[in-house]
Write a protein that binds this ligand. Sequence first.
Ligand SMILES: [Fe+2]
Ligand SMILES: [Fe+2]
Length: 157
Amino acid sequence: MGERFRKTSDSDLKELIADLNRAYCDEWLAFYAYTYAAQVVSGKGYEDMQEFLEKIAKEELEHQSELADMIVKLGGMPVVNFNELEKNANAPFPMPPKKTDDYDAIIGFVMAAEGGAIEVYRKIAKKTFGKEDVVYQLATHILGEEVNHEEIFENLK
Ligand SMILES: [Fe+2]
Ligand SMILES: [Fe+2]
C-alpha cells in the first residue's frame, strides 16, 4: 500500500495488523461454525435455515479473504497455524447448538456471534477513521454485512 495512504505510526500499524488478524481468525471460526450448522440442521422446513446459514457462511469466508489481503498489503502475515485460530481470535469458537432442530438455539448462536463481529468492526472502523482510509473502508464494508447477518436472523425469531 502506498505510503501516502498511510497516516499511522509503525507501532499503530503493528497493532492494526494484530486487530485484523484477530478478526481474520474470527471469520474462519464463524465460517466453520455456520457451515457445520448448515450441514447438520434438521427439523421441519430445515432447508430454509440451511440456506440462511450457507449464505452467511459464504460471506464470512469472503471476509476472511478480504482481511488476509489487507494484512498482507499492510506488510503482515495472516495466522498460519489452524490450531492457533481460536487462541488468536477475539472470541471463543461459536459452538453450534447440539440440538440440530432447535431453531431458537441456532438463531441465538448466530446472533451472539454476529453481535461480537459488529463490535469488532465498529472498533476497527473507529480506530482507522481519518487515518487508514483503505482499512476504514474495509471495516465499514464488513460491518455492513455483519449487521445484515444479524438482521436476517433477528427476523427469523
Ligand atoms: Fe464476517
Ligand atoms: Fe457475519
